[in-house]
Design a protein around this ligand. Structure first.
Ligand SMILES: Nc1ncnc2c1ncn2[C@@H]1O[C@H](COP(=O)(O)OP(=O)(O)OP(=O)(O)O)[C@@H](O)[C@H]1O
Ligand SMILES: [Mg+2]
Length: 221
């Protein structure tokens, strides 16, 4: 079983939105998924409750229960454990970082968000874990022109010393509407732009967690 942690010290960057959307993307490819909801707000849990049909196994957890939960998930034959962390919760996050095979550092493309990501990146580096940075809630192009804050954010994100995901996610209504139904954007609007972004992000994440996917693709080409 591979373990993925979504991190940011700031609230509202999109950790839970990406956790549930990556869970849906993984399930669509046949992976069996558990989600450890480390946030007392229980957002991932309420998303799963709103969901009809097959759902990832979402369990509330804290720093103390995370290890047994991960063991249970492994024994239950899960392929992937996604750990959704709370904003700020440094002790909880460090327990999750220690377990993780990959950390996804989530940030809006804003100065405050990126600055707040520095300690999270540092904690991941100290734990010797691989990570990638994902910019979320980026503004859309206006008349075909990219907002200058995106280039600035990418430049700032490079300073964190981890690769930046090959896709940035825009602020899109589909990311919000889908949550009301307990869906991921891949289910809500399979041909939409949000779905395309999540598919690319999942591919980046999955190729990092299971490098053999890349080899298999290479052999098939
Ligand atoms: N790409 C996006 N486009 C539009 N809305 C988004 C996007 N990503 C997240 N949101 C919205 O932003 C809000 C915060 O997202 P979310 O709850 O996933 O963040 P979080 O990092 O988990 O927050 P917290 O730190 O409180 O746990 C939610 O209302 C969510 O629907
Ligand atoms: Mg959250």
């Amino acid at each position: 079983m591979r373990k993925l942690v979504l991190l940011s010290r700031k609230g509202g960057t999109g950790k839970t939105t990406l956790s549930v959307n990556l869970a849906v993307a993984a399930m669509a490819e046949g992976y069996s998924v558990s989600v450890a909801d480390l946030d007392l707000q229980g957002s991932a849990g309420s998303w799963a409750q709103a969901r009809g049909g097959a759902a990832p196994d979402v369990r509330p957890a804290n720093g103390g229960t995370l290890f047994p939960l991960a063991n249970d998930a492994e024994r239950a034959g899960r392929d992937l454990l996604i750990m959704d962390t709370p904003a700020g919760g440094d002790a909880i996050s460090s327990a999750a970082i220690r377990l993780a095979d990959l950390a996804v550092l989530v940030s809006r493309p804003s100065y405050f968000d990126l600055a707040a990501l520095v300690p999270a990146a540092q904690a991941v580096r100290e734990a010797g874990r691989p990570a990638m940075v994902v910019l979320n809630q980026a503004p859309s192009r206006r008349a075909g022109v990219e907002s200058p804050i995106i280039a600035r954010a990418v430049e700032a994100a490079r300073v964190l010393g981890f690769p930046i995901a090959t896709v940035g996610l825009r602020a899109r209504v589909a990311f919000q509407e889908s949550l009301w139904r307990g869906q991921g954007v891949l289910e809500f609007e399979p041909r939409g732009a949000a779905a395309a972004e999540i598919a690319r992000l999942w591919s980046d994440v999955a190729d990092t967690l299971w490098p053999e996917r890349i080899e298999h693709r290479g052999a098939a080409e």
